[in-house]
Design a protein around this ligand. Structure first.
Ligand code: GLA
Length: 335
């Protein structure tokens, strides 16, 4: 076997916040996320036929030999994010390092950030899009969660000062400047997301079942959605079709400085995620109402998969005294 001499490497992968467009990516719809100024850093020595990583968030280190063939069987569970990436890359050369993160545990894609950081530590040389697709495949393989492409693609491709309008069918990314007379504020609900994996898979399956009847949801009309006999599938499909429309309206409103309209779209999105897609919780609903009652808050909504996690608000600068202000940041890179 080929011994590779140790070499220091330091990588950073941001988290992401989705401003609008949730549960639309896996049916090829529109999303509007941005990479943020918090994330996951890994530093270490490249080399050896293993991956060994300590984390400031986890009591037990990740340690496994390379090459990996069964990442879903690796313990502790958080190590599966690293192992999935190593398995997809088919690499036999690993690293020994330390991981540190300033992301909250749920809602801002900390696991996708770990995956993209791991790909860079393992020397992935493709484009950001290729890296995102590899990490998405790693998540499917290592955790069984049939996630879409939004998180990994945002984390791999972030642009400072910009949110990314992503067409998840063509994978075309259109950067949109985040105006400097608004703030994007992230407030964590304090609620963990225990049901998220199984419920996420169920929602995705329901969207696919609706598509079997009326064709791709990304181009379906509300009339076609109304023809679905099954009330649950009809509600799920209605969320997706209306959410895609809201993303486009939101992007235009933000660019035009019409923050009242942008905020209204966020609130409508939150209601649709709760009522039609059934992924909100009473804690998230109460937090959105609380934030929207503050003068200068244009709108707020749950961000990401739901079932807990974080809320994102669009505000006039300086009006909220909770959470943190997220700035649109660059994608993952070797430092
Ligand atoms: C999770 C998934 C994404 C996306 C969101 C919901 O974050 O990883 O692919 O589906 O949920 O928008």
């Amino acid at each position: 076997m080929n011994e590779v001499s140790a070499q220091r490497r330091d990588v950073f992968a941001p988290g992401r916040v989705n401003l609008i467009g949730d549960h639309t990516d896996y049916t090829g719809g529109l999303v509007f996320p941005m990479a943020i100024n918090r994330g996951v850093r890994i530093t270490g020595e490249v080399g050896g036929h293993h991956v060994e990583v300590t984390s400031d968030r986890e009591p037990v280190a990740a340690r496994f030999s390379l090459p990996v063939t069964d990442p879903a069987g690796i313990e502790p569970r958080w190590a599966r994010h690293l192992a999935g990436v190593a398995a997809e890359m088919g690499t036999a050369v690993g690293f020994t390092g330390q991981l540190s993160s300033d992301l909250p545990v749920a809602g801002l894609s900390s696991s996708a950030a770990v995956q993209v950081a791991a790909a860079l530590m393992l020397g992935h040389e493709g484009s950001p899009l290729e890296r995102a697709m590899l990490c998405q495949a790693a998540e499917h393989r290592a955790t069984g969660v049939p996630c879409g492409i939004m998180d990994q693609l945002t984390i791999a491709s972030g642009i400072p000062g910009h949110a990314l309008l992503i067409d998840c069918h063509t994978l075309e990314i259109t950067p949109h400047l985040v105006p400097d007379d608004v703030e994007i504020v992230i407030v964590h609900s304090g609620q963990h997301r225990e049901l998220v994996d199984s419920e996420y898979a169920t929602r995705r399956a329901q969207c696919e079942a609706a598509e079997e009847v009326i064709g791709p949801l990304r181009i379906a009309s509300l009339d076609a959605v109304g023809d679905l006999d099954d009330a649950v599938l009809r509600a799920r499909a209605r969320h997706v079709v209306t959410e895609n429309a809201r993303v486009a309206i939101f992007a235009e409103a933000l660019a035009a400085g019409d923050y009242a309209e942008a905020g209204q779209q966020m609130l409508d999105s939150h209601r649709s995620l709760g009522h039609d897609f059934a992924v909100s919780t009473s804690v998230l609903d109460a937090l959105v109402d609380e934030l929207c009652a503050v003068p200068g808050v244009y709108g707020a909504r749950l961000t990401g998969a739901g079932f807990g996690g974080a809320v994102v608000a669009l505000t006039r600068p300086g009006v909220l005294d909770q959470g943190f202000v997220a700035t649109a940041s660059a994608g993952a890179s070797v430092l």
